[in-house]
Each structure stands twice: as structure tokens, then as C-alpha cells.
Design a protein around this ligand. Sequence first.
Ligand code: GLN
Length: 481
Amino acid sequence: MLAQEIVENVRTGRITPLEVLRAYQARLEEIEPRLRAFIRLNPKAEAEARRVEERLVAGEDLPLAGVPVAIKDNICTRGLETTCASRMLARFVPPYEATVVERLRQAGAVVLGKTNMDEFAMGSSTEYSAYGPTKNPWDPERVPGGTSGGSAAAVAADLAPVALGTDTGGSVRQPAAFCGVYGFKPTYGRISRYGVVATASSLDQVGTLARTVADLALLTDAVSGHDPKDSTSLEVLPRFQAALEAPVRGLRIGLVKEALALGNSPGVLAALARFQEVMEAQGVRFVEVSIPSLRYALAAYYIVNTAEISSNLARYDGSLYGLRVPGEESLDTMMRTREQGFGPEARRRILLGTFVLSSGYYQAYYGKALRARARLKADMDAAFGQVELLLTPTSPTPAFRFGEKTADPLAMYLADVDTVAVNLVGLPAMSLPAGFEGHLPVGLQLIGRALQDEQLFAVARVFEEATGRAFAQGAPLGSVN
Ligand code: GLN
């Protein structure tokens, strides 16, 4: 079902929130064992659905009435385990609720469960989960992307109409592209990070996933807006649904030369050409733009990202919460706890981050990465002097096979080449499903000016309409086994 349909049917009394939930539970029973998109389901979901029913009877106006939502497992849910798919946080039950979850509940949504991810949101395939990988609903031999792979797979398979993910360097957009759904990362500060487990704080944002632009807007309106509990939160009102009807005629979209030259696969090139053709017919103009410093983005990202990770993950020492191996209070116990708690990718990043921040190398690596970040910002600003939006692939290829990149960390990092730049500069971006390569969906990335997040929705919506809402149904699932 689509979230919009659920809300309409629940509000008019044609179906109850509990009936919606039961329908999804039945679907989960059938499909989830083959996909493994969830780490755990919410045992209190039925009680929550009943509560929504009561509020509706009491006359409350609930914009997400009865909509089941899947939540990535690095977003804190009060009373419901939140593990970041890491042994380090196994059995951690948050005593408080992330602001985004609180807002979902206020809006009448029902938390369906917590979705699989790469451990602590490091990776690009969901293969680095301590709980095992999630399958791509379009092809069981391929990854769903990452790190929000569980959320993207759940939405693509309609195990949930919509989902929340997080995006530090592409973790909402790239899995959205691999799974044929919409994935949105806002301007830094438009969605609260309160209660979201930090990976790299200057890059992290919560993002939204859905199968239609209207559903994406509905969900994004509900979770965004100012939050006094997050000091980086902006005082900007969300207007995502209102923007859906905004005209796109006359808009200029920049085709980013450097991203087009990256060796993109044929399906990706075909999707770009088709997007241009469809949107030109809608009065959008395309111009080539250059962002010379884009070529430094990936290197700068993996320095800033690991530096912040090494600092943020220092808190997992077994003394306050999470895993603690048996032994007396000592440095040795702490070290053994960290050794057993963190998987190989988390360890690699902590080591890399500690290295790039170490006194002899700080300027050579971290200092240089910050300069590249500033240069990228200047180049992006210059590009946005010519156009309102930028277009790139979301990923140079569609979903890759399991095991294809796990042996070579650098190959895995290279999968992020199109997505990391916007996190470094804090801009809004969306991945939209735009075609196929064989049976695999292909995504394109639209990047907006700072705070012009809503414009991405208006453009995506026009493309969606013009191409017959081809992805609203999700994956066919025939071949998933
Ligand atoms: N794949 C990128 C990384 O591994 C992005 C991850 C994310 O956005 N959380 O860092």
C-alpha cells in the first residue's frame, strides 16, 4: 500500500490502523524471511495501532494516521532495542526517543520495526551488519546498497510503505537507487539528529524513503522542522507537500561534467539521457557545469568521516552501556570489549581516523581535507550561480553482487563517489528511480541549493508523473528466494 492511501482510508474509516498493521504483518511473515530487511519487529506495534485508533475516535487530526513506518536501527526508539547492527550495542534499549520517532508517533504513525544496516552506518552494501546481510528485492544475489539497506529493501518490497534511514555519505540515496525507491537527504539541519546514534556528526542527517514522491513528502513533512534538542537544527518550516505542485518550467539543471566522466554503466547513461529528454519536454533546461574539486570529494570525505568516527566511537568502552566483556574494571577489559564489540570496518575506520588526527599527520590529512571541503563548497556555490539544481548518477552502477567488494575496502569506498560531496557541503539531495539496467533499477541524484529541498520534490514529481509512476508498486519479488 502507499502511505497516502492508508491515511485516506484510515481517516474515512474504511480501514482501521490495526487492520493496516495486520496486513503488513501477514506480508512480513511471507516475505521477510527471504529478505531480512529487519533486525527486529516492534512487539508493541498492535498496542500502538490501537492507540492511534483511539486518538482518531477522539477527533485528533493525524497526518500519518495508521501508517506503519520502518526505522533504521541507529535511530533511538524508547523501550525498543537499538543496536546499530553492532555487537557493541546488542541489547541496548534506549531510555529516550529520537525526535524523528517522537514526531512520527505524534503524527499517528506506527513503528513497525528496526531495519538492518551496515554496522554504525559504515559501508555501502549492508554486508557489514553483525546480523547478516539484507537481500535486494529485485535480485536475491545482489546487495540492497547501504548503509540504510534494510529500510530501502523494506520499502521496495512493501514490507513498509515508508521508512527512515540516515545519510552520512549516501546511505539513504544509494540504497534507494539500488532498490528502486525515492531517497531524500535534507539540507544539514532540517531534520533533527537528536536521538540518532552519531557516526560522523558534521555529515550525518536523517533521510526519508518511499515509493512515490507524494509519500516521500508526506513522511518528510512529518519528521522535519526545528528541534531545540539539536543545536544544529535550523528554524525552517517544512513545506514538502505544498511544494509538490510547484512549476518546474524554466528551471535550469546542471549536468555535472566530472560525475558524467566517471565510467558510468550503460543503464545509468540511458537513464540520464531519458531524464533529460522527459524534463526538457516539461520546459526544464539542461546545461553542462563543472565542479573541478569534485575529484577530491571522496578522499576528503573518508578523512573527515573517519576522523569524526574515531572521536564519536570512543564512548563505547563498556563502562556505561552496551557490550562489556567479563573482567575487572581495567584498560585491558576496555580494550577487549572494543575488540569484540566492533566489526572489521568499524575498527578500520577508528584506526584510520586516529591516524589522520595524530599530531604528526594532522595538517597533512585532516587539515588538507578541510581545505578540500572549503574548495568544494566554493565550486558548488559557483555552479549554483548558473543553475537551480544539479544532476548526477546516484551510483555509477546498479546493485552489485554479494561479496563483490567486501574483500577490497577501497572498492567499497569507491561505490560512494557520487554521493559523498553533498554531505561535505550540507546540501539537499534526492535519489529518484529513473530506469533499469536489465532487471535492476537505476537511480539518479538531484542536488539542490541550500534550503531549497522542496524544489527537488517538485522536479521529481513531474518526472514521476511523466513516466507513469513506474516505481509505485515496488519490486516484483517473483525471484526472491
Ligand atoms: N558509504 C558511506 C560510508 O561508508 C556512507 C555511509 C553513510 O552514509 N552512513 O561512509
